[in-house]
Structures are given as C-alpha cells and as structure tokens.
Write a protein that binds this ligand. Structure first.
Ligand SMILES: Cc1cc2nc3c(=O)[nH]c(=O)nc-3n(C[C@H](O)[C@H](O)[C@H](O)COP(=O)(O)OP(=O)(O)OC[C@H]3O[C@@H](n4cnc5c(N)ncnc54)[C@H](O)[C@@H]3O)c2cc1C
Ligand code: SF4
Length: 472
C-alpha cells in the first residue's frame, strides 16, 4: 500500500474531456491525461484492501493494488511489467473499457473509487513513450502451426500469447487491416488507430504472420484450414446485427450502425469505403435506435459529420440516477450513464417503441413511435411522430454469422447461436478447433475478448504440448 492515509487526504480526480464545442470539430481522442504528480496522487488513494474486489471486477484480473503501489513509488517500468503480465493491450482498455474494476473498488461504496482505468492508461502510455515495450519473441520454436481467424482483441491476444510460447501463428482477417471492432467499429475519437498499428508491429516482430483481406470460408476453404494447421482458433466476433423488421424498413436512409461507423473509420484511415452509397449524417435529422455503446458511437460520429439533430431512442425504461449501493456493490450496477457522445448534444428518450418508418420517394422521412410501460405494453394515446432523414439501428448483435466458415466447418452452436465452447478449454465440437471472444460469448467487451484470447492460447498450448507455461 502506497500512502496509508492516501484515500483520506486525496480526493478522486479523473481525466477530463476537452470541451464538447472543440472536440466535435475533429475525430481525434479528446481525453486530457492527468499530470505525473496527479496520477501518483490518485494511485496513492488505493487502500490495498485485504480482499481486492477490483481484481475480480476486472475480467483480466489486473493486479491493480500492486501497480498502484508501484506508480505511487515512481517505479513506472515495473508497473508496466506487472500490468502486461495480465493484459496484452492495456492501452486499449485504458481508453475504452467501461471499468467494472472501479464499480468493484471498495472506495466506490463512497462513490469515489480509485481512478484505476486512468492509472492503467498512464502506465502503458508512459511505457510506450519510454521504449519499454519491446517484442518478446520466443527463444525456442515448437514447430506447431496455428491459424487464428479474426483479428479483433480476442484473436490478437490469443495470437500474441501463442507466438510467445513458440508456435507459428497465422492470423487471417477479412478486412484490409487487423483490429476487428477496435479498428472498424470504435470511432477514432474514442481510440486512435495508431495504438493498434504499433501493437501489430510488435506482434510481427514476435513472429505473428498477418494475412489481411482473406475472408476464411470465401477466399480460403475451411477444409484447407483444417488440413494445414495443428490447431484453429475462431475469433471472428458476433457480427450479425439485430434488425427492426417493421413497415418501411426497406426505405433508403435506414441503416445498421455497423454499415455507418466503419465508413467513417475507413475515411479517417484513408481506406476505400467499398460502397457506392456513402452514409453521411451531414445536414440530416438523425435518429439512433438503441441506447448502448454502439448507439453512442453513432451519435458522436453523426455530430462530427454535421447532423442537424440527433435523437436516441431506447425501448428500456430510464434507469435510476443512482444505484442502490448495498444491493449492487461490488457488481456492475444498472444506472443512468451519459457517454461523452451523448453529452455532445443528443436528445435521449426512453421507453419508446418504433412501429413504422415512413418516407417519401423511397427515402425515410419520419418514424412512428409509441411509449411503452416497463413490460413493453403500449401506453394508450401516446403515439407520436419523429422527423428523420437518417435512421441508425444500434440494437446490438444477435450472434456470429453462420453462413460461410462456421457452417462449412460444421461447428456446433449454443442456444443463442454462438459457437459452442466452454470457458475452461474453449474447445468447440470439432477436434483441434477452439473459439473465443464475441464469437463464443456473444456481444461483449474488449476486456472480455482479451481475457478469452489469453485463456484460449493457454488451452491451445496445453492441447499441442501436453502442458503450458502461459498464464490463464
Ligand atoms: C460500435 C461498437 C463500439 C464498441 N465500443 C466498445 C467500448 O467502448 N468498449 C468495449 O469494451 N467494447 C466495445 N464494443 C465491444 C467490443 O468491440 C467487442 O466486444 C470486441 O471487439 C470483441 O472482440 P472479438 O475479437 O471477439 O471480435 P471483433 O472485434 O468483432 O473481431 C472479429 C474479427 O474477425 C473478422 N472475421 C470474422 N469472420 C471472419 C472470416 N470468416 N475470415 C476472416 N476474418 C473474419 C472480422 O472482420 C473482425 O475483424 C463495441 C462494439 C461496437 C460494435
Ligand atoms: S481492464 Fe478494464 S476492468 Fe480491468 S483494470 Fe483496466 S479498466 Fe479496470
């Protein structure tokens, strides 16, 4: 424990955002880091509780009190080593993790948890700036070949661990660049893409081979994969979006969020957008249906593109402003949260069911909506119309796409349509085929994908070698 009286003397202080009026003029990150001294002060607030609830709140079980103590004592390099022992990519989580660790922090009983995510980000950003993060190639090669299909955080974490264990790892990615939703879903203003690029360079130096622009099941036969590799890891994400099949769905101007967001990320990354139908919110009244992360990302992007108005509709009731701490702590509570994008100027409405899209000349012009009660029953006489030139459907993802690779392989699915594999072995119904990340657990978080990628690597290594030195 750094400073015994730290949490009594020092108030919680977190990174701030640049003002909304400035940040909506560009697509760059806008989080203002704390100074070195302020970060050390925040680390000093950690009480090193006898039972660090933050460990279990964090899906990769980061050793949070240990690196808080190291930061307080200015041993940033050791803090980085410790952090990387549980998390391959803390610069991703330090930017975009919702930080369930902070909900679990003992100081959160008093609403002032340690700023864990901010300290994590400061450690890894400092490590990159000082050149402490280097490739860690294996000394001994095993001669085993592994294919990883999908280069999101699950596939990347898995590939890095397996390469460090001495295996020859080939990552197949259907997009032009690796990163999965980190690159094509999450907007640059939440995470700039150079942070992915430098990890790819590190992984290449560790011996990972990237095959971009290869859609396995289309460009490369599933059978060839089974024949050519000692093990296969499926980490292709959960890409099938939830649709809203109501009258007017066919009108132009009604799009899935993941048709809209990747276009902007590609523009910024100077990649072709692969369509004759660019989707832009400029000078439009935009309605986003769905209240989660994806919806927020649509809002921030639409506002930056110059939307006239952005309205976000959620079918669930408005959550309480504050959680009932004795009931919820140390778990992640349901409560009203406002994302940085929502802060930038979106109107939000809850308990709204959209019943119809109406248009003119084939293009959407308005939504017909009705208010519902907590059981989703329509409230009489509550119907209303909402103007919309662009509607973005951000209602989550149903499952991985079955057509193509998964059906060709003949892999079994769980009742939700995700690839069936347990959380210990990550083995699918097929010999030598493993699955992890959103493809196995359904739509989730980056930090869960990293955890599953790491644990799958350990299981694959054990399967191939009889035992494994890799951590779980
Ligand atoms: C818009 C959006 C915003 C989000 N924001 C956050 C956030 O702020 N914080 C957070 O923690 N989580 C967020 N999430 C969730 C998070 O991004 C995912 O949980 C995480 O990326 C899942 O990782 P993954 O590696 O399992 O899959 P993905 O990131 O989906 O990667 C799968 C990759 O596999 C590739 N692939 C699929 N099939 C094939 C094939 N047959 N051949 C070759 N390649 C294939 C895909 O192209 C993709 O690149 C967000 C999700 C979305 C959609
Ligand atoms: S990865 Fe997420 S949950 Fe874990 S310490 Fe970092 S911010 Fe917290």
């Amino acid at each position: 424990m750094g400073k015994v009286t730290g949490f009594l003397e020092i108030d919680r202080r977190d990174r701030r955002y640049a003002p909304a009026s400035d940040r909506i003029r560009h697509y760059k990150e806008f989080m203002i880091p704390l100074s070195e001294e302020a970060t050390k002060d925040q680390a000093a607030r950690c009480m090193d509780c006898g039972i660090p609830f933050c460990h279990s709140g964090c899906p990769v079980n980061n050793q949070i009190p240990d690196w808080n103590d190291l930061v307080y004592h200015s041993d940033w390099e050791e803090a980085s080593r410790n952090l990387h022992s549980t998390n391959n990519f803390p610069e991703f989580t330090g930017r975009i993790c919702p930080a369930p660790c902070e909900a679990a922090c003992t100081l959160n009983i008093d609403d002032s948890p340690v700023t864990i995510k901010t300290i994590e980000c400061a450690i890894v950003d400092r490590a990159w700036a000082n050149g402490w993060i280097k490739p860690e190639p294996a000394d001994v090669k095993t001669g085993k070949k592994i294919a990883v299909v999908g280069s999101g955080p699950a596939g990347l974490a898995c590939a890095q661990q397996l390469a460090r264990a001495g295996h020859e790892v080939h990552v197949y990615e259907k997009n032009a660049k690796p990163g999965g939703l980190l690159r094509y879903g999450i907007p640059d203003f939440k995470m700039e893409k150079h942070v992915i690029d430098r990890r790819i360079v590190q992984m290449q130096a560790e011996g990972v081979h990237f095959h971009n622009g290869v859609n396995v099941g289309v460009d490369l036969d599933a059978a060839a994969l089974l024949e050519g590799f000692d093990a296969i890891v499926l980490s292709g994400g959960a890409e099938k979006p939830r649709d809203l099949k109501i009258p007017g769905r066919e009108l132009s101007g009604v799009h899935f969020a993941m048709d809209f967001l990747p276009q902007q990320n590609r523009r910024i990354g100077r990649e072709p957008i692969h369509t004759n139908e660019p989707i832009l919110a400029s000078a439009m009244h935009v309605v986003v249906i769905g209240g989660g992360d994806t919806g927020s990302d649509c809002i921030g992007t639409a506002i930056r593109q110059g939307a006239l108005s952005v309205t976000q509709l959620e079918i669930m009731p408005r959550p309480p402003d504050k959680e009932n701490k004795p009931l919820t702590w140390p778990n992640w509570p349901l409560k009203m949260r406002t994302s940085s994008s929502q802060e930038e100027g979106a109107e939000r409405d809850f308990s709204i069911l959209t019943k119809e899209f109406r248009g003119e000349n084939g293009a959407v012009k308005k939504l017909v909506c009705v208010r519902v009660d907590a059981n989703f029953k329509e409230i009489p006489d509550s119907a209303f119309e909402l103007r919309a030139d662009l509607v973005l459907l951000a209602m989550g993802f149903v499952s991985p796409v079955h057509e193509g690779l998964l059906n060709d392989l003949g892999v079994a699915f769980d009742p939700r349509g995700n690839v069936l594999a347990d959380e210990v072995s990550y083995k699918t119904s097929l010999a030598k085929v493993f699955a992890c990340g959103d493809m196995r657990r359904g739509q989730s978080l980056v930090v869960w994908a990293i955890r599953e990628g790491r644990q799958t690597a350990q299981s694959v290594d054990t399967f191939l070698m009889g035992s494994s030195q890799l951590p779980r």
